[in-house]
Design a protein around this ligand. Structure first.
Ligand code: ADP
Ligand code: ZN
Ligand code: ZN
Length: 731
């Protein structure tokens, strides 16, 4: 018998599957087993992808597997199938699939952690003491100590009385030792408090449990009680003897979700996210692998958790950008989730108050099911959103980042001894230019896209066609020379506030102030206890705890995500604004939101201020249809990278020549935009070139099939080639 083995060569860009002979001693080898194989003159690790009776490799060339590395296959059959699916459908390497299925923390040889519990062997104590030499003063003290506490941790004991003493006493038998495996991740105890579901919630549960043939969107406003629905569905799955997978965005920033689940399900829950230590991740992964944990709560990569017999998969806040892995290996979590839901014939729930446009569209075309919860559990209205026109502020002589209206409301909030959150909509530095007087933003002459400022080259570029424009110094619309980079900083805002509101405590939450997981919860914890106070921060303030005393939310610069150069800019802005607004007025105090913008008439804000997702959706889907953007066409980005600039250039060029043939073949249905350097020219010394193409869905299958085989030929050990479907960002 022979095995197809994917070898784990770290630096390799090429998918390497080789045939190996299965020696008789390994006759019980299974698909998914981790093995040691000869490779060149080394021995390296590999994974069994399939087992077969024949091979094309000549008998004198084929090598034999050296050994099997674990008792059980580390990769379960489902995840092997998934890796194959990802290779053929998502253009990932098998090796990527394998590495996602068996994360580094599992492969790196971390060991289980044991606690050593010491107790007295009472039968031996008297005899031991009577035979003890007078010089041994410690042993009687140890016995006294252990007698007092009954059971003592080895480390505590050894610290007090030295390792040597304790080890000797264990050897002699007077101390007994028991080893217990411990879970490194601290967790709270369960108190299975179950609440009575509302009618709407019960209906949602029923619809979800019925929906095994296609994914179902749970469209529920913030506060409609989606979490309770998830928990009920999970509970029912467990009752059926099944497991459950629940994904949340950026889990390290949403600790309350983990807490809620721990409280309800206790040790049945395993947690997986990037902020865990290596040891914690190891423990959690094996708790899932061994079937000890039935529920996984985790961030994006948890979609690869080694669960078996899954009864439900939930993606909470399904619209969130963190579900797209935009660096290698690139994938959209939904695609993986759909595969696993199909494999397990279980419901896939996509929950959100503001579903992604493409997701909602699928519910309209009946590709997905949909169930709605339009009312909050506590029947409270959403906080009122006021839109402030910043152009007007500027005309009135206020060039500060805070409008008169916002300052007034801040003053009221502080006088009422409440709290405010000010949100600065900025990730990294922003890169579009804008006229401060009339809000003109330079756009490409060929495409409906804001131009992006490339600081390095000192030009404005269109990220769809690559066309370059000179940087503006004067506004072509109104002649003003107040052209500004649309960037502001948390620090600046804090300074203004300290000046305006002396003595009021101001907290700052951004990448500079949050250097660790602990710093994050510490700042939030202190904010929660301080009244009155103001919290200023980036995206980080939009998630996290509920603060009942927050009565005001200010959005300093709403537009930044709106003029992002992605076709998803409007929907991202809509959902972000909705989410931030939801921070205000969670309990007694009435909530208010002040949204500052330079384009107050933009339909995104007008619909958002009324919490009217459906109206926003209608406008946006029409726009997508007329402009032929997803879901009405496929948008593909091919990204080529290499440390060798000439090499990428040439490869890109040869790809263009081939794409020109596509254009001849498919005519209008196929459209590609000349290649260009990626907005981020170089990452880790690799030069990046990209080609963005757009084509009709009807020809998607044949285009992709051809494209993939072209790219397969193109890529080599010096050149990486990535393909992204409907990319959210083109940086
Ligand atoms: P969502 O996730 O839809 O924003 P949550 O699940 O956080 O909403 O629920 C909002 C609040 O309502 C929470 O405090 C939750 O405990 C409470 N809640 C949810 N369902 C019920 C219910 N059936 N009865 C009472 N309170 C509920
Ligand atoms: Zn202007
Ligand atoms: Zn353009």
């Amino acid at each position: 018998m022979f095995a197809e083995i994917i070898v784990d060569v770290l630096s390799s860009e090429v998918d390497r599957v080789f045939d190996y002979n299965i020696p008789l001693v390994l006759a019980d080898l299974q698909v998914g087993d981790r093995v040691l194989v000869p490779f060149g003159n080394r021995k390296i690790e590999g994974y069994v992808i399939s087992i077969k009776e024949t091979t094309d490799v000549p008998e004198d060339k084929i090598k034999s597997i050296v050994s099997k590395l674990d008792d059980k296959p580390l990769i379960k059959p489902e995840l092997i199938e998934l890796a194959k699916y990802m290779k053929s459908n998502l253009y990932l390497r098998l090796l990527d699939g394998v590495r996602l299925a068996v994360p580094t923390q599992v492969r790196s040889g971390v060991k289980d952690k044991f606690e050593r519990i010491i107790s007295l062997n009472l039968d031996m104590v008297d005899e031991y003491l009577s035979n003890l030499s007078k010089r041994n003063k410690n042993a009687p003290l140890v016995i006294e100590y252990v007698r007092q506490y009954g059971k003592v941790d080895y480390t505590t004991l050894a610290k007090r009385f030295t390792n040597q003493t304790i080890n000797k006493m264990i050897e002699s038998g007077v101390l007994k030792e028991v080893k217990n495996k411990v879970r490194r991740l601290a967790s709270e105890n369960a108190e299975r408090s179950v609440c009575e579901l509302t009618k709407l919630q019960l209906k949602a549960v029923a619809e979800i449990e019925k929906s095994k043939d296609k994914p179902i969107v749970l469209f529920g406003v913030t506060g409609s009680g989606k979490t309770e629905v998830y928990m009920r569905v999970i509970e029912d799955a467990l009752k059926d003897g099944k497991t459950a997978l629940m994904l949340v965005p950026e889990i390290s920033l949403t600790p309350q979700m983990v807490r809620v689940f721990n409280k309800r399900f206790g040790a049945d829950v395993a947690v997986l996210h990037s902020a865990l230590s290596v040891g914690e991740k190891h423990d959690e992964w094996f708790r899932i692998f061994n079937g000890e944990a039935k529920i996984v709560v985790g961030a994006r990569s948890a979609i690869f958790a080694p669960l078996e017999n899954i009864g439900v998969i939930i993606i909470d806040e399904e619209h969130d950008g963190s579900y797209l892995s935009d660096s290698n290996p690139r994938y959209q979590t939904h695609d993986i989730a759909e595969f696993r839901a199909k494999y397990n014939a279980c419901p896939l729930v996509l929950g959100s108050a503001t579903p992604a446009i493409e997701t909602f569209y699928k519910t309209e075309t009946k590709e997905y099911n949909r169930v709605e919860m339009p009312i909050r559990v506590n029947q409270k209205p959403m906080p009122k959103i006021e839109i402030v026109d910043m152009c007007n502020e500027f005309r009135l002589g206020n060039s500060s980042m805070l409008s008169g209206n916002l300052l007034e409301k801040l003053d009221e909030t502080i006088k009422a001894n409440n709290q405010a959150i000010l949100f600065i909509n900025r990730r990294g530095f922003s890169s579009y230019l804008m006229c401060k007087e009339c809000s003109y933003i330079p756009k490409c002459t060929e495409c409906d896209a804001s131009l992006v400022y490339h600081k390095q080259d000192g030009v404005l570029k269109c990220h769809f066609c690559g066309k370059k424009f000179r940087v503006l110094t004067k506004c072509p619309d109104c002649g003003s020379d107040s052209i500004k980079l649309g960037a502001t900083g948390t620090q600046q805002v804090v300074e203004i506030l300290e000046d305006k509101f002396p003595g009021v405590k101001i907290f700052r939450l951004d990448n500079d102030s949050v250097t660790s997981k602990d710093a994050y919860s510490k700042i939030l914890g202190e904010f929660g206890k301080t009244k009155p106070s103001i919290l200023v921060g980036t995206q980080m303030v939009t998630k996290g705890h509920d603060f009942p005393s927050v009565s005001l939310v200010g959005i300093i610069d709403a537009d930044i995500s709106l003029f992002n150069y992605s076709y998803k800019a409007s929907e991202t802005t809509f959902s972000l604004m909705t989410q931030v607004s939801g921070r205000a007025g969670r309990s007694e105090a009435e909530g208010r939101v002040v949204l500052q913008t330079y384009v107050p008439k933009n339909p995104v804000y007008l619909t958002c201020a009324n919490y009217d997702y459906l109206k926003f959706y209608d406008k946006e889907i029409n726009l997508r249809e007329t402009t032929k953007f997803p879901p009405f066409a496929r948008l593909i980005r091919v990204l080529l990278t290499s440390v060798d600039e000439e090499l990428v250039k040439n490869a890109t060029h040869s790809l263009i020549m081939k794409l020109k043939k596509f254009r001849q073949q498919y005519g209008k249905d196929f459209f590609f935009l000349e290649a260009m350097k990626s907005p981020v020219n170089k990452i880790k010394n690799k030069h990046r070139f990209q080609i963005v193409m757009r084509f009709e869905k009807s020809i998607a299958d044949s285009v992709l099939c051809e494209l993939y085989s072209i790219l397969d030929e193109l890529r080599n050990s010096k050149l990486s080639v990535f393909v992204e479907n409907n990319p959210q960002s083109l940086s």
